[in-house]
Design a protein around this ligand. Sequence first.
Ligand SMILES: C[S@@+](CC[C@H](N)C(=O)[O-])C[C@H]1O[C@@H](n2cnc3c(N)ncnc32)[C@H](O)[C@@H]1O
Length: 414
Amino acid sequence: MRMRKRHNLAPRMEACSAFLIEDPAAMRGEWLAAFPEQNRLYVELGCGKGRFTVETAKREPDALILAIEKVPDAMVLAMERARDAGITNVRFMDFDAANLPEIFAPEEIHRLYLNFSDPWPKSRDAKFRLTAPGFLRLYADALPLGGEVWFKTDNGPLFDWSLEQFSAEGWALSQVTNDLHRDGPVGIMTDYEVKFTAEGLKINRLVAARTAETKTTAAGPVPRLRNAALADARGGGAPGPALRLEEESLPLCQAFFKALKQAPELFEKPEDFRPYEYDPARVDAFYAARKARDDRKDYVILLGEDVIGELAIKRIRREKAEGELEICLTCDEVKNRDFGSRAVRLGLERAFGELGLETVLADTLLHNTRSQRVLQKNGFRTTGQDGRFRFFRVTKEQFHRRFSRGEGRADEEG
Ligand SMILES: C[S@@+](CC[C@H](N)C(=O)[O-])C[C@H]1O[C@@H](n2cnc3c(N)ncnc32)[C@H](O)[C@@H]1O
């Protein structure tokens, strides 16, 4: 779905903030406890403008409906619809479905809706389809035995492919149809469904139930670790080496670039991706040029004695007490392990502490949802996006409020 950028996104979000869950990870395992009037949890992935979400919430007042959407420009319309409908059993999250385990405990969801999910037609993008095996295993973790995924799409190839994935992953299929509305409208229609049905397109639907044979993430591969320090950090419940920031020196800058393996997701166009090759002369010159500036502060991120990334507070505008945060981890092995989030927290402590800033900005490429999550976990809020970037901002007060709930201090102060 291509959405027009909404310039007034922030005030509109604010106006219906009662429906927004800003920190869904804090609710993990507690969703129904927080909504005592509801007795079951339904989750919709990719709610878009929310027609289905709001109508389902109206029709099922005993269910808590959680709508997940990674494009806030669409989600704000859904939130406004919920507010205007006067319902109380629905909440929205600006979140990527790929991170589902962060916000739902095992077996916490009773039913999961996938409505007109993006088809990702190129086979190299198949892993992004919300019915890809990697996603199905996340759903299996979060549903109890017998818990169901309800899937609808107008896209025939996606539907056929999804049927194969559900079967191969051990789900029990029922209510499979290639023409849901053949004998008249069935169930609640989504925004896309209303449009496609009016155009005469047929709607495919299936229900998939989790069985004892359904594969969960326990069947998935365990990523390989780079070195001993990382192995310690993961291993056996024992506390790993501390993560800390250290002001960048030439040897630390060199160590960062020696460990750097560029990832395709850091490039706007995948075809621009080239593996990084260490060039001592260029790195030394780069370091000298950075050091000559007085509007930035550079740190490396250390895990034990390993340099695993760098973090900068750059474009510091002292008159506005404002700067921009940038972070780069060296390689895939250190991603998805919470190191990025913890390092950003340490960086913000420096920015709001020793650097005396009041506001920190950041941006990410639109498709880099992993970095977006890292920022959101640290209190950053979306302020908008253009065709290439998504923009974020956090104030000192927002940051301190987020971490004032006794969650423990960041590593280097602990
Ligand atoms: C084609 S639209 C369908 C919207 C709505 N379900 C409907 O039927 O009208 C797909 C929606 O899913 C959202 N989406 C796609 N992948 C997602 C993901 N991984 N996490 C959260 N939302 C996602 C997109 O941003 C988009 O709004």
